[in-house]
Design a protein around this ligand. Structure first.
Ligand SMILES: *[C@@H]1O[C@H](CO)[C@@H](O)[C@H](O)[C@H]1NC(C)=O
Ligand SMILES: *[C@@H]1O[C@H](CO)[C@@H](O)[C@H](O)[C@H]1NC(C)=O
Length: 206
């Protein structure tokens, strides 16, 4: 049965078989007309704004995996109260217009290797209220359009000194509500932010 198998691809196939949706990759649908925006009871609200399609999804059960039929043309996606655990490259593959991604209270512990790197238009990411414990260089590697990273209310104790070196346009980094270990690595982060005075605001970095 589907329940015995693991992995995003298998999950996607299971949902495809069960609901007849044309899902080919991670959480983004390959179809324009068969997405959470058309599916009733999807838990998502879609609206068209001057910047483009905005999708806001919320789950009532923290056990629910996030929707696998998100629209690829979204400029902003918000996911609340899902069970995400690890953000994978496949999850947002094809969301080429995405400018803002909010994954809030979803139990995220990890960002997979370079998982978000190819979202070249992404300017804002908000991971408020998750379970991240460490930020490494690869998490936001070379995301040159990212200006706002919000990691408030996680369980982050370790930030590698070079975690944000390649995020050249970063302006605001919110680390409030974490439990930072103020070691040498954290000091390197602080020095980096200091060197870029006037360009980066770091909220609560030791
Ligand atoms: C971070 O996200 C939380 C929750 O959405 C919000 O209340 C807060 O204002 C955000 N902070 C920044 C600096 O974006
Ligand atoms: C987030 O962290 C701030 C700062 O520690 C705290 O005041 C606030 O209550 C926390 N919010 C939630 C929703 O846990």
């Amino acid at each position: 049965s589907c329940g015995m198998m693991a992995g995003v691809v298998v999950r996607a196939l299971c949902v495809t078989v069960l609901l007849g949706l044309p899902v080919t990759q991670g959480g983004i649908s390959s179809s324009f007309t068969n997405t959470v925006c058309q599916r009733s009871g999807s838990g998502c609200v879609c609206s068209t704004t001057s910047t483009g399609l905005v999708v806001e999804c919320s789950s009532r059960s923290a056990e629910t995996l996030f929707p696998l039929d998100l629209p690829s043309q979204a400029v902003k996606i918000t996911l609340r109260n899902y069970n995400v655990f690890k953000i994978m490259y496949e999850d947002f593959k094809g969301a080429d217009l995405l400018q803002e991604l909010n994954i809030i209270n979803c139990g995220v512990q990890e960002i997979g290797d370079w998982a978000l790197y190819r979202l070249t238009k992404l300017q804002k990411i908000n991971l408020h209220m998750n379970r991240m414990t460490e930020i490494t260089k690869d998490d936001f590697y070379h995301m040159i359009n990212l200006v706002d990273i919000n990691l408030s209310n996680n369980s982050i104790s370790t930030i590698r000194g070079d975690a944000f070196y390649s995020v050249h346009n970063l302006k605001t980094l919110n680390l409030l509500g974490n439990d930072l270990n103020c070691n040498c690595e954290a000091k390197r982060l602080k020095e980096w932010a200091y060197l870029r005075t006037g360009k980066v605001t770091v909220l609560d970095a030791c």
